[in-house]
Design a protein around this ligand. Structure first.
Ligand code: 3PY
Ligand code: MG
Length: 263
């Protein structure tokens, strides 16, 4: 089976730079996959992407060096199994707040006897290779999103979940619940403490610490802080920003920091 380069990077303590797709387009996916990201995630939670688009996007990513990942909308096993059958080499699951939820999530990603994944590997075989069924449990990456107060409180027990590779902080949701305002780069003391708490527990337990960021510079700061898996903004943010910059430069104006997309 094709090895999962993200697991190798994690074992060697090399940071993973992960692109993020919210626009339903196989062409966008193909472009992003060729830009040098280690991984690219197709977002089925907040992106505008349905399963048919996700399938085409995973096919497009397969032709690039980036490892194809999916953020599912929730931990429904049928949905998790379907994106794995569609060729996702890892799943990011939102709103994991308890160790039971983490176990339920990981179990949906693993064939028996380790889990409850139903057999029908489909594109897993095409992307991963003929021996995918024998090795998928080892190669498929699982990241649980920490983005609730309860998830934060249960971080130790969540990280102890067998087969869970690590966690991925959703800073918008986490800051919304902790401070009352959604902000991916919040400097509220409670958020700073929460993020440090997650990173230090991941370090102790040798699990991947991941986080969504709003820019490359913010992602570099997170890597310096100890994160190994960073997303330097999504396609919508990058498209909006690049457009504003080009327009402002053409007009000889100052580049605005936010625009119509809210980013
Ligand atoms: C969050 O910041 O809450 C996220 O889910 C990032 O995608
Ligand atoms: Mg979130």
């Amino acid at each position: 089976m094709r090895i999962n380069k993200l697991k190798v990077a994690a074992a060697e303590n090399r940071p993973v730079i992960n692109g993020w797709l919210a626009i339903p387009s196989s062409y966008s996916a193909e472009i992003m996959g060729h830009q040098g990201y280690d991984a690219v995630t197709v977002d089925l939670q907040h992106g505008m992407i349905d399963f048919a688009s996700a399938l085409a996007m995973l096919q497009a990513l397969s032709a690039t060096p980036a490892v194809p990942l999916v953020r599912v909308a929730d931990s429904t096993p049928a949905q998790i199994m379907r994106v794995l059958d569609a060729g996702a080499y890892g799943v990011i699951c939102p709103m994991i707040s308890t160790p039971e939820q983490a176990r339920h999530f990981v179990s949906a990603c693993r064939y028996p006897p380790e889990g409850i994944r139903s057999f029908g590997p489909a594109r897993g075989l095409l992307y991963g290779g003929a021996d995918y069924p024998q090795h998928a449990n080892r190669e498929i990456l699982t990241l649980a999103m920490i983005e609730t107060r309860e998830g934060l409180a249960n971080i130790d027990a969540i990280l102890d979940t067998d087969g869970l590779d690590g966690v991925f902080i959703g800073p918008n949701d986490l800051s919304l619940t902790l401070t009352g305002a959604a902000s991916a780069e919040s400097t509220h003391p409670e958020m700073l403490g929460a993020i440090e708490h997650v990173v230090s527990h991941c370090r102790q337990k040798q699990k991947i610490a991941g986080i969504f960021c709003t820019s490359g510079a913010a992602a570099a700061n997170r890597i310096a802080q100890g994160f190994q898996f960073v997303t330097p903004a999504n396609d919508v943010m990058q498209l909006g920003r690049a457009s504003r910059e080009a327009i402002a430069l053409a007009r000889g104006q100052q580049i605005p920091t936010t625009g119509a997309s809210g980013y």
